[in-house]
Write a protein that binds this ligand. Structure first.
Ligand code: IVH
Length: 694
């Protein structure tokens, strides 16, 4: 076997690591799993140690990755932002502890154990309690000023509440996207023929580095904070105090952390975290074990201190990386799904396999390029990864197990449903069925329109839509409103009651909220939030149809990309015809009520957080009621939350509300509030007292 000489191996490793740093930090398109990246770095560190004469010059072992990009102002951190050393097994974690025991002479060292959030590091500077700046880690010394983008994060207070308020404090945290938001954006991305994002972290990174804060505002970035940089004057003496202080300031903190003594308790807490982390709103890729006492952290110091130009990683903290939820299985077939915009999405049909407690039968293969890049073939053994709620994905082919007879996958040239020749726009990765009458596209468009998220027509789920479309009764959205009982009777034996109910359900939704109709039209880039913005601005389908660039760009929450997508959709004669026909067929959507007065009502201007299952109201229904009364719904509890509306099996949000003293109400009290929110309500009406819900 040929072994590279150390000089060329070191050069090759440095170049390879630099390439992966660029992919991960700047382009947010990593090709390597963290473990494989860390292995490259470990090999380089070993070689540099064994060959000190070759260790000079710029090496990735003496610096951290760099996320700085064009278009942002660069700002120096008051205190450098470092990274963490990763460990992958219990032995390494115990070695970390032993090093500290030796240094500090104490076996029962106090630690905190926290989730390691898989997002993007940022540093928030608060001066006298006011948020003045948000900076990315950059190269550790100097990062990009992303203040405008970070200010769009709704759950981040711009003012800290409560005392003590340091003159200046750098608070370190992680920006992330929830799984739900990740899926929503990726769906739009795929529908628009663009490359889907690989994971929530990459999408959060791409979003934070958008140059237009209005585009950022359309994606719901979140943040969680956990660390302290520069702080003057000092306000805490330990990391656990700091965690409590962050919560008391009203900042979004980690959902679970533990204060422990000694490495056995620390290890138990790491494992406990691994059991709980799948319920968190963000992706976690490990646990962080930190020395609790800040005076002991000072003694431990940083790796690289003194020798390298800059501090690299703290000796007082260590990341334990959890193995990803992965499993190996076999691809039985590759099928093609046709989306409502005609996007042809390949799906791997798998031998069922258990991953993180759920049986996985199908995994997305994203698009033709992705299949070619990974050379995925029918009959291949593959590794499937599943994170949180995300659709399982094929990460890698196990080439050693490839059957000798296998052939490369040939992406179909035709739509599998209507056989139309597939097309691909310039620069697009997605192949599409161009046939506007493709039965699958029609079926999906109609199913979207009638779905709970849009018109919410009772009894008109996917199966019934299938039936109506396959019998040729419904070919377009307006056809739904032309259905008569006599059309439906032949579809089911003794189906009189069914037919009458269905017609009544459609009838009942002729006056549905305008935003639901707009969402149901399936305009690219327009989800529920944008549909609500459009409904508030245009107030009718006619005026939406007459929208121009100026009127769209002027709407808060609608960015340039969305505006362009709406205009191009409205530019198609067939779409304008659909709007006109819907109205001719008797759809008369309800414009949103004029905004409620900002004062006086116990609901208007208040932020609600929903948690648990309510006895009669669904989440969507409660949201609608709150919004109609002029309130807002948010995903997480802070001091600014008006009420937490809690039902059965309410989770950590309830605990947080109790800690922060936010009023907690049940459905009955909520309904009472709504009656008080009516127009006749007196401005002096007192708030309903809070009650703890079991
Ligand atoms: S403490 C001095 N705590 O992971 C180092 N970091 O791989 C301060 N991270 O750079 C880091 N969750 O961006 C800390 N609970 C947590 C974390 C966390 C995620 C990130 C952070 C850090 C990276 C290291």
């Amino acid at each position: 076997m040929m072994i590279d000489d150390p000089r060329s191996r070191i050069a090759a490793l440095r170049a390879e690591i630099a390439r992966h740093d660029e992919l991960y930090y700047r382009r947010a398109q990593p090709e390597l799993a963290d473990f494989d990246y860390d292995s490259l770095k470990a090999e380089l560190a070993r070689l540099e140690l064994a060959n000190p004469e070759l260790a000079g010059g710029a090496s990735p072992t003496r610096r951290i990755g760099d996320d700085r990009s064009e278009g942002f102002i660069r700002v120096r951190h008051r205190q450098a932002m470092t990274t963490l050393d990763n460990t992958y097994d219990e032995v390494e974690l115990r070695e970390f502890h032993e090093r500290l025991v030796k240094l500090l002479g104490d076996h029962l060292l106090a630690y905190t154990v926290e989730p390691k959030i898989d997002g993007l590091a940022v540093s928030l500077t608060y001066e006298h309690g006011r948020l003045v700046r948000a900076i990315t880690r950059g190269d550790g010394e100097e990062g990009d000023d992303v203040t405008a983008n970070v200010r769009t994060i709704r759950t981040l207070p711009h003012e800290l509440s409560g005392l003590p308020l340091p003159d200046v404090i750098e608070i370190r945290g992680e920006i992330y996207l929830t799984y739900e938001e990740f899926q929503r954006i990726n769906q739009l991305q795929e529908e628009n023929g663009l490359e889907p994002y690989a994971n929530p972290r990459n999408l959060a990174a791409g979003t934070l580095k958008l140059l237009d804060a209005r585009e950022v505002a359309q994606r719901e970035l979140r943040i969680v904070v956990y660390g302290m940089g520069f702080c003057e004057p000092q306000v805490v003496i330990s990391q656990s105090d700091f965690q409590r202080q962050l919560a008391a300031w009203g900042l979004p903190t980690v959902e679970h952390w533990a204060a422990v003594k000694g490495i056995d308790e620390a290890w138990a807490a790491v494992q406990e975290l691994d059991r709980r982390r799948r319920d968190f709103a963000y992706a976690t890729d490990g646990a962080v074990v930190k020395l609790d006492r800040i005076d002991q952290q000072r003694v431990a110091g940083f790796r690289g201190e003194g020798q390298a130009a800059r501090k690299l990683s703290p000796r007082w903290a260590c990341a334990f990386k959890f193995p990803p939820d992965r499993a190996e299985t076999l691809i039985r077939a590759i099928t093609i799904q046709v989306g409502r915009t005609g996007a042809l999405t390949p799906v791997a049909e798998l031998d069922p396999v258990l991953i993180a407690g759920t049986t996985v039968r199908r995994a997305t293969l994203h698009n033709a390029d992705e299949i070619a890049r990974k050379d995925v073939r029918v009959g291949d053994a593959v590794l499937i990864e599943k994170a949180g709620e995300i659709i399982p994905a094929v990460v890698q082919v196990v080439l050693e197990k490839r059957p000798p007879t296998s052939v490369p996958y040939d992406f179909p040239k035709n739509c599998p449903v209507c056989q139309a020749v597939a097309e691909r726009g310039e620069g697009e990765v997605v192949w599409r069925c161009p046939n506007p009458d493709c039965p699958e596209k029609v079926r999906r468009r109609i199913a979207h329109f009638t779905s709970r998220a849009c018109l919410d027509i009772d009894g008109l789920g996917e199966e019934v839509v299938d039936l109506l479309v396959s019998r040729g009764l419904v070919k377009s959205l307006p056809d739904l409103f032309r259905l008569k009982i006599e059309h439906l009777l032949p579809l089911k034996k003794s189906g009189e009651v069914w037919a009458a109910n269905l017609i009544a359900a459609i009838e009942a939704r002729r006056g549905a909220d305008l935003w639901r109709v707009i969402h149901g039209l399936g305009i690219p880039q327009v989800g529920a939030a944008a549909a609500k913005d459009l409904a508030r601005r245009f107030r009718s389908l006619e005026s939406l149809a007459a929208a121009d660039a100026t009127s769209l760009i002027g709407i808060e929450g609608i960015g340039e990309k969305t505006a362009a997508a709406i205009l191009s959709w409205l530019g198609l004669e067939s779409n304008r015809a659909t709007i006109a026909e819907l109205q001719d067929a008797g759809l008369h959507p309800a414009a949103p009520p004029a905004p409620a007065p900002a004062t006086g009502s116990p609901v208007s201007g208040k932020t609600f957080v929903l948690t648990g299952t309510l006895p009669t109201l669904s989440r969507e229904e409660a949201t609608t009621l709150i919004e109609r009364a002029g309130g807002k719904v948010s995903g997480s509890v802070s001091k600014k939350t008006g009420y937490v509306l809690a039902g059965e099996e309410a989770g950590s949000k309830l605990e947080k509300a109790r800690t922060l003293g936010v009023p907690i109400i049940d459905e009955a009290q909520f309904r009472l509030l709504l009656t008080l929110a009516g127009p006749a309500q007196s401005p002096e009406m007192p708030d309903v007292p809070s009650q703890n819900v079991p």
